[in-house]
Design a protein around this ligand. Sequence first.
Ligand code: 5GP
Ligand code: ZN
Length: 114
Amino acid sequence: MPDCIFCRIANGEIPAKVLHRDDHAVAFHDLAPQAPTHVLVIPARHLSGVAEVDEASAALAGHLLVVAANVARDLGLEDSGYRLVVNQGRDGGQSVDHLHVHVLGGREMAWPPG
Ligand code: 5GP
Ligand code: ZN
């Protein structure tokens, strides 16, 4: 998707502070962090959001969770804990239409979320 900002980060056209990259996923620091640690994990190929995940992309979606957990561990968040968030659509607060998992940590999270 040529106009998709996260596709452009995935293919290196737009710089990002990348923590992990493999054939299927990229993890990078969020530009506007909402916690001391705020990382985004995205599939390398375009999926508009979690609503587009189906059985064919289920392994890819699962891989994003593996990467998210590994990144959180690498950043030392495993003991204190962290939160994964996937926003979907307008009411979910999704602002970038390329599937991404937020990894938030370094402070205690509130519940329920806003
Ligand atoms: P959403 O609101 O769609 O769940 O999350 C999108 C996230 O992408 C936001 O937290 C926003 O700060 C982040 N973001 C938007 N554009 C860029 C960018 O160009 N680079 C990085 N690193 N993060 C971005
Ligand atoms: Zn995209």
